[in-house]
Design a protein around this ligand. Structure first.
Ligand SMILES: [Zn+2]
Ligand SMILES: [Zn+2]
Length: 132
């Protein structure tokens, strides 16, 4: 189900910058880009980022402390994300694999703890780098 979210001006500006980028963007480079569009306060940007993450429009790559646009048009599960990251060229792509998400949504460990969210990052070599 596609939910229509009404984005604020700041959220639209931030989202457009992240969508245009070819690689995950750090907060400071987002800041640098929006300043030219008249948004001066970092606080506003962080708020917009938080909201965009919450509604699943963007995801945070924790290990890179950077943000990417969601590539998965029906990705509403911002609490469950998985990425593959190439250690050579830093190419980041979102993994959308129903087997994996099904497995993980039922996953529990021996302690009996129930998990409500996950944020996975897999590291390796992408196809391009592997064939070099
Ligand atoms: Zn996504
Ligand atoms: Zn690569």
């Amino acid at each position: 189900m596609v939910q229509t979210q009404i984005l604020s001006k700041n959220q639209r500006v931030v989202l457009a910058i992240i969508e245009k980028a070819k690689e995950p963007l750090k907060a400071y480079s987002i800041l640098y880009n929006v300043q030219r569009k008249g948004i001066k306060a970092p606080q506003q940007i962080y708020r917009a980022l938080d909201k965009l993450i919450e509604i699943g429009k963007i995801h945070k790559i924790e290990s890179r402390n950077a943000f990417v646009a969601c590539k998965n048009s029906n990705c509403e599960i911002s609490k469950a994300t998985a990425f593959s990251i190439c250690e050579n060229c830093e190419n980041v792509s979102e993994i959308s694999n129903s087997k994996l998400s099904k497995y993980l949504s039922n996953f529990s460990d021996d302690s009996g703890m129930k998990y409500s969210k996950y944020n996975l990052e897999f590291f390796g070599l992408c196809k391009k780098c592997k064939s070099k």
